[in-house]
Design a protein around this ligand. Structure first.
Ligand SMILES: Nc1ncnc2c1ncn2[C@@H]1O[C@H](COP(=O)(O)OP(=O)(O)OP(=O)(O)O)[C@@H](O)[C@H]1O
Length: 552
């Protein structure tokens, strides 16, 4: 019942008030049943007082049940909202290097699991009322005849155990289906992002659905049909046992005369009122299995739902990393980072790397495909924590406590960058002052506008998107700029603007620039050119020969 714990944690007092209101409404409903019973037994239904009492209790029932349901609905919605926000925040706060391997899974959590939990949580108000009604009815049954209640409970427990039997194996099937869901979302990703390729290639397209998507959905269908049908079979048998049991109780009463006819009628009337809420409760039990599995997935992705107060990012980064002109802006000492390729039994190792980057220096990094340039860029800007050695910023070691502030020094345009429409983090005054000038310089002024700190479009050509990303990085105005092959594939005209105007401009403003590039003809724009080969940084005296070799 983790979901109840979530509701309670969300607001203990609202939960308690809701529980009390639901309890009163359940008791009031039982009182209504009691009065109906009494009215059948005696002639007092005609009495005015009784009618007023009856209406009064009905009013209590209606108001308290609406109030209780309102509170539980409110709490449920708060839990759903909290869950969405907490998970989004945790994803943003989690270590990038851990999450980058499970993006498909995260996507399934954000869409599938959260929807599963939400769709079940909204049923809770009705379940809450059903539980309190059943409790009150049980109390009333004991009041009418504890002996009959004991018999009823024996029958009920037998039916319940039968109903409960297949739930664990159903849970296992749900768990398998949910694991398939992660894989399926990966295939859907291929379907969406590979739409061009699939549309062009007829054979691959038909095989993609037939041999990739269909077998998995077939498996899911099998598990769902078998699991659900088994639950239905057992619950119908549970109902049969309940009805046969009640029939059996009637027989026992008749044969043994254990109680009077009147008591039996009263007891049966309450039983009839109890069966509807009872079946509502039992029908929701498989849903709790689904919630537990969804919560398990969230948990195992390292995204528990505990709210945490994140340490606020110190606004003034210079307090955390005071500028020490004599120290390099970034220094890597024996830094190493490896990827483990479990399926290949070998891994790529970057480093150990020793590198000093001075403030205001323009550094170009070159190297063949797979030599580790992007990996070094990620270590450099704090996305990957070094597995060996240390990174320092103005002489101060970068550690988990200050890494957020360290990353905040950078503006990075990755080779596979994502362009957000929203630029809400850039002050309007900066946009007013500088955006138009840069839009013109990058020849984007006829394509894109910035309205209310939002780009009017990002549906642009690859080159235009790169130019737009550059414009945004300019507006962000960070101390260190890192470009991963920004100029690759651009027109010579924009390359020239980039190397001959923008980079010198950044340097003149005291910015440190680190660019991964293959544009040999612009190497004179750099203060330093460094080269990676199979994860190792080449000694400077070897660089000249290697450059000749690299470009020939
Ligand atoms: N997320 C990752 N998980 C596992 N291995 C990775 C990952 N990213 C890169 N690698 C491996 O690390 C090595 C270096 O990759 P990296 O992207 O740093 O090279 P690169 O020099 O930037 O290459 P390119 O010029 O092709 O972009 C490659 O062998 C690659 O297979």
């Amino acid at each position: 019942m983790k979901v109840i714990a979530l509701l309670f944690k969300s607001s203990a007092w609202k939960f308690t008030v809701a529980a009390i209101a639901s309890f009163i409404s359940g008791t009031a409903l039982t009182a209504v049943i009691y009065m109906i019973n009494e009215a059948i037994k005696t002639e007092m239904a005609n009495s005015d007082t009784i009618i007023w009492q009856f209406l009064g209790i009905l009013l209590v029932y209606v108001t308290t049940s609406i109030f209780g349901a309102y509170l539980i609905t409110l709490l449920s919605q708060v839990v759903i909202q909290d869950m969405r926000l907490t998970i989004s925040n945790k994803i943003l706060k989690a270590s990038f290097h851990k999450l980058e391997y499970q993006t498909k899974r995260l996507f399934t959590i954000l869409t599938d699991d959260i929807n599963t939990i939400s769709s079940i949580i909204i049923k809770l108000p009705a379940i809450f009322t059903a539980v309190t009604t059943v409790m009150a009815c049980f109390a009333y049954m004991i009041f009418i005849s504890w002996k009959l209640f004991c018999l009823f409970m024996i029958v009920f427990l037998m039916a319940f155990i039968l109903y409960r039997l297949p739930l664990n194996s159903y849970g296992e099937r749900l768990r398998k289906t949910r694991n398939h869901q992660n894989v399926l979302f990966g295939y859907f990703e291929g379907l969406i992002y590979g739409l061009k390729e699939l549309t062009i290639n007829k054979k691959f397209r038909s095989l993609y659905t037939k041999e990739i998507i269909e077998p998995l959905t077939e498996e899911q269908k099998k598990h769902q049909v078998i699991g659900k049908t088994t639950v239905e079979i057992f619950s119908r048998w549970g109902e049969v046992i309940l009805f046969l049991g009640i029939g059996g109780i009637l027989l026992i009463i008749k044969e043994t005369g254990v109680t009077t006819y009147d008591v039996m009628v009263q007891f049966l009337t309450v039983t009839v009122f109890t069966i509807a809420p009872l079946s509502k409760i039992t029908r929701v039990l498989p849903d709790f299995q689904r919630i537990n599995i969804a919560l398990e997935q969230i948990d195992s992705a390292g995204l528990d739902l505990e709210k945490e107060t994140a340490p606020a990012l110190e606004e003034d980064n210079t307090k955390i990393f005071p500028v020490v002109e004599s120290e390099p802006v970034i220094s890597l000492k024996n830094v190493a980072y490896s990827y483990y390729h479990t399926e290949e039994e070998k891994f790529f190792k970057l480093g150990p790397i020793n590198l000093d980057v001075k403030k205001g220096q323009v550094t170009f990094l070159i190297g063949g495909n797979g030599s580790g340039k992007s990996t070094l860029a990620k270590v450099l800007c704090g996305l990957y924590p070094p597995q060996e050695g240390e990174v320092t910023h103005f002489g101060k070691k970068v550690v988990p406590e200050n890494v957020e502030n360290f990353r905040d020094q950078f503006n990075v345009i990755f080779a596979d960058f994502y362009l957000f429409d929203e630029i809400i983090h850039i002050p309007q005054s900066v946009i007013d002052e500088k955006a138009q000038e840069y839009l013109k310089l990058l020849e984007l002024d006829k394509k894109v506008e910035i309205v209310n700190r939002k780009l009017t479009t990002t549906n642009l050509s690859t080159g235009q998107r790169k130019r737009l990303a550059l414009l945004i990085s300019y507006l962000e105005d960070k101390p260190i700029y890192l470009f991963d092959e920004w100029a690759a594939g651009l027109d010579p005209y924009y390359k020239k603007i980039f190397y001959k105007k923008l980079i010198p401009d950044l340097k003149a403003r005291g910015k440190t620039v680190f660019a991964i590039t293959h544009d040999e003809s612009y190497f004179d724009c750099a203060d330093e050119v460094i080269m990676l080969k199979e994860g190792q940084l080449l000694e400077t005296h070897l660089l000249h020969d290697q450059l000749q070799e690299f470009f020939n």
